[in-house]
Design a binder for this molecule. Structure first.
Ligand SMILES: [Zn+2]
Length: 191
C-alpha cells in the first residue's frame, strides 16, 4: 500500500474513505457504546452504527429500536440523512454487526440500504450468528456490490456483549462469530 497521489479518479468505482486503523477502532468503540443503548429485545440483536464521511466527519449514528420497535441500527443512521446527502460517496459505515440480508419487518434489508446509499466501505465487529436467520449474506452482498468490508475481530466480544442474553437463550453459551473464532459469552457476570 503506497502513497496515492492521484486526484480526481476518473473511474466510477466507489470511493473508499482514507480512515486509519486508529480511526476504525475509535469509531467502532463508539458503535459498541451505541449498541448498549438499544432497548433490550429477545427477538433481535442490539447493534450500534456510525456513518463517517471521507474526511472523518461524523454524518450520522443510530442503534437498534432507537425510535421504532423494528428499526435496525444501520437503517436508523441512514434514515437521518437525506438520500442525496453530500459525503455519502466515500463514507464509511461502522456497524457492530454484519448488516442484515434478510428481514421480515421491512421491504429492504440494511445491506440493500447501504448499497443504495453510495457508502463505499463498511466496518463490522462480527458476522451475524445463525440464530434468527440461517445464513446472513451481508458481507458477501456488500462486496459483490463493490464495497470494501473490514472486520475487526478484536471488537467481536465487546460488540456481542449487549446480545449475550440471546446466546444464553438460543445457543449453548456461545455465539459463532466467524468460521474460525468463537466468542464465549459468560452466562452471568458479577453485578
Ligand atoms: Zn438490518
Amino acid at each position: 500500500m503506497g502513497d496515492n497521489d492521484e486526484h480526481g479518479p476518473s473511474h466510477p468505482s466507489r470511493q473508499e474513505a482514507p480512515m486509519t486503523s486508529q480511526d476504525d477502532e475509535r469509531l467502532m468503540s463508539l458503535a459498541v457504546g451505541l449498541a448498549w443503548l438499544c432497548p433490550p429485545s429477545d427477538a433481535a440483536y442490539s447493534v450500534g452504527a456510525v456513518i463517517v464521511a471521507a474526511d472523518g466527519t461524523e454524518l450520522s449514528r443510530g442503534f437498534s429500536r432507537e425510535n421504532d420497535p423494528h428499526v435496525h441500527a444501520e437503517e436508523s443512521a441512514l434514515r437521518k440523512l437525506a438520500a442525496d446527502a453530500p459525503g455519502l460517496a466515500g463514507a464509511t459505515m461502522y456497524s457492530t454487526l454484519e448488516p442484515c440480508s434478510q428481514r421480515k419487518s421491512r421491504p429492504r434489508t440494511c445491506t440493500q440500504l447501504i448499497i443504495a446509499s453510495g457508502i463505499g466501505r463498511v466496518v463490522i465487529a462480527y458476522r451475524e450468528p445463525s440464530l434468527f436467520v440461517a445464513y446472513c449474506q451481508g458481507v458477501e452482498l456488500l462486496e459483490q456490490a463493490g464495497l470494501t468490508v473490514t472486520e475487526l475481530p478484536g471488537f467481536a466480544a465487546r460488540a456481542a456483549g449487549p446480545n449475550r442474553h440471546l446466546a444464553a437463550g438460543g445457543l449453548p453459551g456461545a455465539i459463532l462469530v466467524t468460521s474460525y473464532m468463537i466468542v464465549l459469552l459468560p452466562c452471568a457476570t458479577g453485578r
